[in-house]
Design a protein around this ligand. Structure first.
Ligand SMILES: C[S@@+](CC[C@H](N)C(=O)[O-])C[C@H]1O[C@@H](n2cnc3c(N)ncnc32)[C@H](O)[C@@H]1O
Length: 385
């Protein structure tokens, strides 16, 4: 079950730009997202954290996960991108994590509702011990009571499918078994069957069928946080109302991202966000420069991270080859000539020349090309030793 790797993505709501703006909106003088230190706990392959550092020279990150294979992926990216002085990825068990120093933002995404209680408690203690005075933490979890429908399906699948193939078979049988029924239960279960059927394998296995997957009432997470000296600031989703159990009961939400601060954090009047700066090129320019992390990813597979800190897929091999070649040294003719030499692109030079403008425009529209000028950035802080 756990052999399917959890392929990392970039999560925009864990990014310092978002965390800082949300906290400031709620009266906490959070750090400048362009000059900050981030810790990520249970970072998977670490590419979410690496992307924060790769896109902004003022950001340093320390990220830990227990899975050495996952961390090795992120470490390879750190080495390839020359980020070793600002991105520190480590194998560590959150139950026994070394002191990571103080951070402006601490991210713990996809852990809390998926591990045994001692690891949850250790995660909260580590968050509390790592937050700088105006630091902000991001903590995600499955939310009750909305999650309970999913939990019912997950329990049924766990009890009656011995391996992942059997899970897929059972899901395929459940759809037709519910067809033609219009009662409330059939609709609720049918939605969950459809959701899991459309998901990637690793998401189904980790998010819903993990051996420790569970869910919480909001108040129970808030109480556990308070026991560790943390207090709930707001929901991490800017569209969501302030976290409240009766609102959750009515809405049926099944997932929450809480922003937490230290119990001593000064909370005052709302503060303006520190303006971010768009760092991606709106036009490809003469010699396009691809975002370094995305170029590295494009040489490995279809999913790449954008300079908006989102993940997108480049389905065509030629598009990926072109992005990987955009190092600022090549104009359109050179890109077409060099891409035509890559066997995996599978297209001719003439075809590439004809399609190049469109391909580059698409990369720019997806925030995959870097601004060429490099105005002032704040000096980075070093990760803790
Ligand atoms: C669902 S994945 C989430 C990964 C990433 N944060 C994301 O959201 O894509 C859960 C991660 O928690 C890690 N993990 C589980 N138990 C851990 C522990 N005791 N210490 C550190 N990491 C742990 C797993 O290795 C896995 O990478």
């Amino acid at each position: 079950v756990s052999t399917i790797p959890y392929a990392g993505r970039a999560f925009p709501r864990t990014h310092p730009v978002h965390l800082s703006a949300m906290a400031r909106r709620h009266g906490v003088p959070a750090a400048d997202p362009a000059a900050c230190r981030v810790i990520e706990l249970a970072c998977g392959d670490g590419l979410n954290a690496v992307a924060m550092a790769a896109a902004d020279p003022g950001v340093s990150v320390t990220a830990v996960d227990i899975d050495p294979d996952a961390i090795a992926v992120g470490q390879e990216a750190v080495a390839a991108l020359g980020l070793g002085d600002r991105a520190d990825l480590r194998v560590a068990d959150i139950g026994d994590v070394p002191d990571l120093g103080a951070a402006d933002f601490v991210v713990c995404h996809g852990l809390y509702a998926w591990v045994p209680e001692p690891i949850r408690a250790a995660a909260l203690a580590t968050i509390a011990g790592s937050l700088a005075p105006a630091g902000v933490a991001f903590l995600s979890f499955n939310l009750r009571p909305g999650w309970l429908v999913r939990q019912g399906l997950a329990e049924g699948l766990r009890r009656h499918a011995s391996d992942f193939g059997a899970v897929r078979d059972l899901l395929a049988q459940l759809g037709p078994a519910l067809a033609g029924r219009d009662d409330v239960y059939a609709r609720l279960l049918g939605e969950q069957v459809a959701r899991l059927s459309g998901w990637e394998d690793h998401l189904v296995m980790h998010d819903d069928l993990g051996p420790h997957t569970t869910s919480f009432w909001n108040g129970d997470v808030a109480a556990a946080a308070a026991a560790n000296g943390l207090r709930v600031l707001c929901d991490g989703d800017p569209e969501a109302p302030q976290p409240d159990e009766l609102t959750d009961l009515v809405s049926g939400r099944a997932y929450r991202e809480l922003l937490l601060v230290g119990e001593d954090a000064a909370i005052g009047e709302p503060l303006p966000a520190i303006p971010g700066r768009a760092r991606y090129a709106s036009e490809p320019g003469e010699r396009p420069v691809g975002y370094a992390l995305a170029r590295w990813q494009a040489a490995r597979g279809p999913r790449v991270t954008t300079l908006r800190h989102t993940s997108v897929t480049i389905p065509d091999a030629a598009g990926r080859v072109i992005l990987a070649l955009c190092d600022g040294s090549r104009d359109r003719a050179a890109l077409a000539a060099d891409a035509a030499r890559a066997p995996e692109a599978g297209v001719t030079r003439a075809e590439l020349e004809a399609a190049m403008d469109d391909a580059l425009d698409r990369l720019a529209a997806s925030a995959l090309l870097q601004e060429v000028s490099s105005p002032r950035r704040a000096a980075p802080r070093s990760p803790a030793a």
